[in-house]
Design a protein around this ligand. Sequence first.
Ligand code: MCN
Ligand code: CUN
Length: 796
Amino acid sequence: MAQALDEIKIGGLGASRRRVEDNRFIRGKGNYIDDIVLPGMLHMEILRSPLAHARINSIDISKAWDIPGVRLVLTGEMMASRNLAWMPTLSYDTQAVLATDKVRFQGQEVACVIADDPYIAKDACEAIVVDYEPLPAIVSPQQAVAEGAPLIRDDKENQHDNVVYDWEVGDKEGTDRAFAAADVISELELHYPRSHPSPLECCGSIADFNRATSKLTVYMTTQAPHIIRAAVALVAELPEQMIRIISPDLGGGFGNKVPVYPGYVMSILASILLERPVKWIEDRTGNLISTGFARDIYLRGEMALRQDGKILGVRMRTDADHGAFFSDAQPSKFKIGLMHSAFSCYDIPAAHLTARGTYTNKAPGGVAYRCSFRVTEAMFFQERMVQAAADDLGIDQAEFRRINFVRDDDFPHRTPFGFLTDSGQYGKCLDVGLEAVGYQDFLRQKEEAKREGRLLGIGISTMTEPLGAGNSREYDILGIKMFDSAELRVHMTGKALLRTGAKTQGQGHETTWAQIVAHELGIPAEDVTVEEGDTDTAPFGMGTYASRSTPVAGAAVAMVSRKVRAKARKLAAHLLEVSEDDIEWELGRFYVRSAPDRGVTIQECAMAAYSNMPDGMEPGLENNAYYDPPNLTWPFACYIATVEVDPETGVWDVLNVVAVDDCGVRINPMIVEGQIMGGLTEAYAMSSMQFITFDADGNCVGSNYMDYLLPTAWETPGFELHEVVTPCPHHPIGAKGIGECATVGGPAAFVNAVMDALRDTGARNIDMPLLPDRVYEALTERHDVSGAPPVRSDDG
Ligand code: MCN
Ligand code: CUN
């Protein structure tokens, strides 16, 4: 009798299958944007502004034109004559493609040169003479709204101040009542510093316009090729079928490759004008100073507490610095992304959030860097406020969380800001973490250490976060609803080709999507090729960010596989000469219910689809599926860090990190663990070393890897991983997103741990990054250390 297939052996759900894409990556055979060389290709270089805020009096490009090998020099004025000096952003604002009137941040694009090689283009950029008239620079939200602040966006007709938006959500009266009834009010002010996703591969594009066919092909480092195609079609008024966006192998994205950058636009325009392929590759400094940054937001948080530990209400007031243009990619309904997902794992009767965004003389951005629309900031603020509140009440921090968690039988649960969570086991998740870290033991060790003058601390961060936009009812970008798609083609030999509208940047989709097909159809994962990123071949999709691929495109993969299975069942009935109703399915095989030995494999059905289909049946075995999820997915986690702070220097060492994640059913446990470890590494980086700051003139400090620090394996602590599994109730295979969880929840664990070690000093907060000198200052001067680290002016 035939044996059902072993799902793990065929690389189905739960198999820690090795990543198939790594085969080419570790051999140096990846195909990144800079690997692509087209016949007759020219090279583009961008001249960037050295000043943060200045009027442009004139730009003299004559010397640049004189350099042999220069093919084209573009300035804002020339763009303006084609109505292309400004482009719309994904948040209904405008952004300068090349500056015309003013420069508004250091690193802004002022001109570009297209030449035979990149060196000539660079030399020609240096030969361009720009006459700037410097203006005072604004480098913080506080300065932006101060009396007499210069108006940054004087290009916009109805903009009379530097405020981008003022937004509120929640129940104001209810929250006021909660505060009136509180025994204790806990307050905390925090800053989440500006940081940068900094993928190892910078951004770039190669535009190739063919006048003879009218086809525009653009190779581009983008996480969302179909959105780019739509944007090009709408902005440049080109027919959509004549635009092909190809996102080749990406050397990481981390959110940096969601926005539309001027470099992309200029390479497209240059290729149209010159009728030659034009390549633009950003250098590291260009990437760090001009492309989508993250965070840069201040919080004033208040919590209304009852003496017994119950949270009655929460007030949050955020002040976000959006830079010179509001270019976030985020659902259009929510002005500050999903900041209001804060406190979703806690049962809080009333909450209110007001959020203000301001323009400053810094690069635009705000919601990139493993964040899922500001969820990173939301969870950091939440967990810092939770620790402060527990301290204020004198309640153990684990116990305080337990008191306030939404209980397992309380789902579906309406969160304080109106989301609907559908499942969770937060208490269990915390318990697994406490057990793993040896909580009670550590508290004893901490007391003993204190007697020896040593400072130990433990930090906990628990959270649930919304991943996977949409559903299309609530989530759209520029009016385009958020759903996703998959297309599956089973060849006659039973091998298959799967395409989705997502775009992997290193997450391993080529490996994991094949595993979903293996689970649904019993076709071994190694027999399924996965392709993404080419708009001419991939079905429409909204791209990969907000850890939406598994929740949305991954669900579409399961659904399309089921459609294919439904047709295969008809073929099986035909081959077995029984009614479809008499057919049963087990992994990889249909059989006759009354005679289980009589069966056909999925591969035999595939062959029949091309060679022996029943009369009247359409040949072939392929289908597509569009999936609009009923809700977001709500993974949750508990991260715990223990640290020792050196009282002599402020240096802190991580002793132990425990992570307990619940992302529902894990498709590939090894890939999930890789995502968590990568996320924790970033969390450690942000809490300990990583930030971008600006001096009073708007000069960016953090424009290279000497100033902007990426932790290597040497600095990074080890991580101990555990799991809880609560399948997502509405996802076809019970999976939830995981791509950002550890980056989102991790930073608060580290900061809470250091603040716990410093508890006796009376300091309540040190803003990130917790550089040793800041920790030392808090220790010795016994006060908070707030705001972005100041720029040192040792030289002058
Ligand atoms: N996975 C799984 N089981 C689950 C959930 C996920 O096996 N229950 C697998 C997925 O199939 C996928 C990976 O884990 O291979 C991540 O899945 P998911 O959580 O769906 O996230 P996305 O694929 O949508 O990736 C986006 C997310 C984001 S938004 C950022 S930012 C980020 C991140 O992924 N950027 C990354 N992780 C990154 N990892 C790498 N290597 N490079 C980036 O640029
Ligand atoms: Cu916000 S970084 Mo990821 O969502 O691409």
